[in-house]
Design a protein. Structure first.
Length: 392
């Protein structure tokens, strides 16, 4: 009997650890997802308007002017971007995207949190400045402190004729870097400049590539997106953050479910230990089963007893694991006692974000697996009951 109690305790401990691990891992993953998406939001607007055909369009229309004056709009940023060849000193060259932005781009107060070196400055004492991604800085060995070497930005001249001198087919402008930002590989190849600099470089006095829109808190973005789509017609595409970064959201979602399934397999192994402990309990309780049978207990009653015991073991372990997981996550949120080893990371402790749906999902998962395992154990008890009756 003592050995059976130990085995049942081990089964309960396995369910406890598995449930706690599910809550903690899912909450930490939610935290990472929140951090990643918040970093993306620094350069990804809530809504983005782009032309369906061609690379640029004229924003000077009555509707876009009215949209700019909409009191719900927090920032209305005109974007003009183009692929360009970038050179710096004698360190080689890099092909990246140069993005010219209007002044309202700097309304985002979170931009400074992305800066590794320098500052997020696009104009200094009347001179245009560029903020470059970490990839650009690494490829060209750009020094923010040394302003003697400007970035040389080359774009193809639109009406260039065939010439022996290849550089004559390019327009070139010079701009000094003011800072280096580091977000993610998709953005770290960008070079951000004032839109006036890009207009001069591309000889594009009025057209733009896109309009980035951010709205004040409380705005119904779905309704706004539907209204803009209705007003601008079929000539433009309006994308929300999910549509702008569809691959990112899908990747995060896939990773979340892969992690969940791996932990569920671990939980299945832990819960199915109950089958072994209940089977041994059935063997140990042969005489008790015989007595209950002689008193008139039927198969359903015997089966219910062992099914209830299996569910009780799972519920106690599962609820305790969920509670401990919740306590751990709350403590990590408040105090951040588990930290990253690298002090250069943007966050010093593992992020945690609690979602009620995760607790429901873990509880239902434990309940479902426990019901299957307990059902199998209960069926074994009925089989054993038949053997006991034959002995009688």
């Amino acid at each position: 009997m003592h050995a059976i109690n130990i085995i049942s305790g081990i089964s309960m401990l396995g369910v406890f650890v598995g449930s706690a691990a599910l809550i903690i891992i899912l909450s930490v993953f939610n935290g990472f997802e929140k951090v990643i998406l918040s970093l993306y939001s620094n350069f990804t607007p809530e809504l983005k308007i782009e032309p369906k055909q061609g690379k640029t369009f004229d924003p000077n229309t009555p509707y876009f002017n009215a949209l700019h004056r909409d009191p719900k709009v927090f920032s209305y940023t005109e974007i003009l971007e183009e692929k360009a060849l970038v050179r710096y000193g004698k360190s080689g060259q890099y092909i990246g995207t140069v993005m010219g932005v209007s002044d309202e781009f700097l309304k985002n107060k979170q931009l400074d949190s992305t800066i590794e070196k320098g500052s997020f400055t696009l104009n200094y004492e009347g001179h245009d400045m560029a903020v470059i991604g970490a990839t650009v800085q690494g490829k060209l060995s750009v020094s923010i402190r040394d302003q003697t070497w400007p970035l040389q930005i080359y774009t193809p001249r639109r009406n260039a004729s065939a010439s022996a001198d290849q550089l004559s087919a390019f327009d070139v402008k010079y701009i000094n870097p003011s800072g280096v930002f580091n977000i993610q590989q998709d953005f770290n190849g960008l070079i951000i400049t004032p839109i006036g600099f890009m207009r001069d470089l591309l000889n594009e006095p009025k057209n733009i590539s896109a309009i980035d829109l951010n709205y004040k808190k409380g705005t119904d973005l779905k309704a706004v997106q539907a209204d803009i789509e209705d007003k601008v017609g079929s000539m433009f595409t309006i994308k929300n953050r999910f549509e702008q970064n569809a691959s990112l959201y899908k990747t995060l979602n896939y990773e979340r479910w892969f992690i969940f399934m791996i932990l569920v397999f671990v939980l299945i192994i832990a819960i199915f230990n109950i089958i072994g402990s209940l089977t041994m309990l059935v063997i140990d309780k042969q005489q008790d089963i015989a007595i209950l049978t002689s008193l008139g207990a039927d198969k359903r009653l015997i089966q219910g007893i062992f099914f209830f015991e299996g569910m009780m073991i799972s519920f106690i372990g599962g609820i305790a694991g969920i509670v401990v997981g919740l306590i751990f996550c709350v403590l990590q949120q408040q105090f951040g006692f588990i930290k990253f080893g690298d002090n250069m990371t943007a966050i010093d402790a593992y992020p945690v974000a609690l979602k009620f749906g995760d607790f429901v999902l873990v509880f239902l998962t434990v309940t479902g697996i426990a019901a299957i395992a307990s059902g199998i154990s209960a069926r074994l008890s009925i089989k054993r009951l038949g053997e006991v009756r034959e002995d009688l």
